[in-house]
Design a binder for this molecule. Structure first.
Ligand code: FES
Length: 64
């Protein structure tokens, strides 16, 4: 993966894994978060740290 490639992998029954060298994410409340390492976005809707995955997809039995 070169520096300009954004790689998104959908984890079965889990989050969307984002790989990039740097990401700027604007949250629903307007706060801007910068990520410089791979991170995961919640797909199950149960995370207490939305939009990021906090592992809640496992105990809630998310399928997708
Ligand atoms: S996908 Fe992991 S907490 Fe929702």
């Amino acid at each position: 993966m070169d520096d300009s490639t954004l790689e998104i992998t959908i984890i079965p029954n889990g989050p969307a894994r984002i790989k990039c060298t740097k990401a700027k994410i604007t949250l629903a409340n307007g706060l801007v978060v910068t990520k410089e390492k791979p991170f995961s976005l919640c797909r199950c809707g149960k995370s207490d740290d939305k939009p990021f995955c906090d592992g809640s997809h496992t105990p809630c039995g998310f399928k997708g």
